[in-house]
Design a protein around this ligand. Structure first.
Ligand SMILES: [Zn+2]
Length: 448
């Protein structure tokens, strides 16, 4: 028994071992079938890679030197009456947003559960090459997620508009949402079309090809999206106020970030949110100001928001985030491959078309599920970077009281809860809470 265990045979204990004479037969019976063994190796390897990835992120890609936020008495900073009303306002929106966030999870599970039926349906359409069948799976998945989410998103938009947080009516909102679904359908179709080819023609190496593809998509989205995707949803023009542009360049100098131009977009037609972003790399790097910030905010608010965005750039949060994402995609594809091996076996050689399509559906479903359930990891990293950007912006501007006023103004315009339920915050919160952000500014006030 122990000898068998020593050879790493996981199922040995399930086999009835009676006497030494039957040793050979026993070994044969107790050996894991090939599929189960490679599934165990892939899942085990995936879990080890996950732990290693998390350790590397925590040790080398985390924020640095950000103190713990000071204690905050909410009524000192925010209007208590407005807070109570805004909490009531946010509660149903939060429930809808949580529901919307789990739609991909359900779609992914359904794709795995019905993989056999979907694959045989597509396989029967014999005129369809493997890649085209993969494209159909991808487009169908993205369209299903998008269409089910649509009414939930419309309800959220409706309520935000009633509450004065956004400006768009359902029609204009739906137009943008449909465009977003269109982009998603194209991305999923290409990605899962590629996945189907990899699964069919690289029977052993496809997880590596898929990890490479997922990383390439993320890099493309990070660097191409400002140039190609963003213009679909907004228009930008150079900022007219020369003094303002000079002030922003001065902040960029303080942050040590090179900026080629300062532009303003047309966010006001859609939203009341104050925001800005820094986009592009090298010579194309520019600051985009939301016109809400210029037309409806004050200079303090604007300086604070831009300093925060410049701080992200200073700390290379996009590059660090992509590195962390890469580290997470490796375990993710190993786990997805483990799931494929578990459900379809992993016979040697090239799978037939039907098997390849079934594996494609399972792998795609598993990747969607794993990305959805890894949201707390992504958001944990994001919150660390946001806190670091806040802290650095406080050092750049040296105006902690302005930061607190800006935070209070942002909160009241977005009517957000400064203190959302802890579990939801840990799962969904991409930024520290308003309470924590004010606490950080207070800490700066204490120490400066
Ligand atoms: Zn930020």
């Amino acid at each position: 028994m122990t000898a068998i265990r020593g050879r790493g045979d996981l199922r040995a204990s399930a086999v009835d071992v009676v006497c030494n004479d039957s040793r050979v037969a026993r070994l044969r019976n107790s050996r894991l079938p090939g599929a189960d063994r490679s599934a165990a190796i892939l899942i085990g390897g995936g879990l080890i890679a996950l732990l290693a990835g998390l350790a590397i992120i925590r040790l080398f890609l985390w924020s640095d030197g950000v103190p713990a936020p000071a204690e905050v008495t909410l009524s000192d900073v925010f209007d208590t009456e407005a807070l109570a009303a805004d909490r009531d306002f946010r509660r149903p929106i939060r429930a809808l947003a949580v529901a919307a966030a789990f739609i991909p999870l359900i779609a992914g599970i359904a794709l795995i559960a019905f993989s056999r039926r979907i694959a045989s349906l597509l396989d029967r359409a014999s005129a369809l090459p493997t890649a085209a069948a993969g494209v159909v799976i991808g487009a169908g998945l993205a369209a299903a997620i998008g269409v089910v989410r649509l009414p939930v998103g419309a309800l959220i938009n409706e309520r935000l508009r009633d509450g004065g947080v956004v400006r768009r009516g359902t029609g204009s909102w739906a137009l943008d949402a449909l465009q977003g679904i269109g982009v998603q359908v194209v991305v999923f179709a290409v990605a899962i079309g590629g996945l189907s080819l990899a699964v069919r023609y690289l029977p052993r190496a496809w997880p590596a090809a898929v990890a490479g593809g997922l990383i390439a998509i993320a890099v493309a989205v990070a660097f191409v999206s400002p140039l190609v995707i963003q213009p679909l949803f907004e228009n930008t023009r150079p900022v007219e106020d020369a003094a303002l542009a000079a002030e922003i360049r001065e902040l960029a100098d303080l942050a040590g970030v090179d900026v080629s131009e300062v532009v303003v977009n047309d966010a006001a037609s859609r939203s009341r949110t104050f925001n800005a972003r820094v986009e592009g790399i090298g010579a194309t790097r520019r600051v985009v100001l939301f016109d809400t910030l210029i037309d409806e905010g004050d200079r303090e608010q604007l300086r604070w928001t831009v300093a925060h965005e410049l701080a992200h750039e200073k700390h290379r949060h996009i590059a660090k985030g992509l590195t962390g994402y890469t580290l997470m995609m490796i375990p993710l594809t190993l786990l997805a491959a483990g799931m494929v091996a578990l459900l379809t076996g992993s016979g040697p050689g090239r799978p037939d078309r039907l098997t390849a399509l079934r594996r494609t559906a399972i792998a795609a479903g598993a990747i969607v599920v794993l990305i959805t359930v890894s949201a707390p990891i992504q958001n944990g990293v994001s919150r660390a970077y946001e806190a670091e950007a806040d802290w650095t912006a406080l050092q750049i501007t040296d105006e902690p009281l302005a930061a607190i006023r800006a935070r209070a103004a942002s909160r009241s315009r977005a009517r957000s809860d400064p203190d959302p339920p802890r579990a939801l915050h840990l799962w969904f919160g991409s930024h520290p809470t308003h309470r924590e952000r004010v606490g950080l500014a207070l800490r700066d006030l204490e120490t400066s």
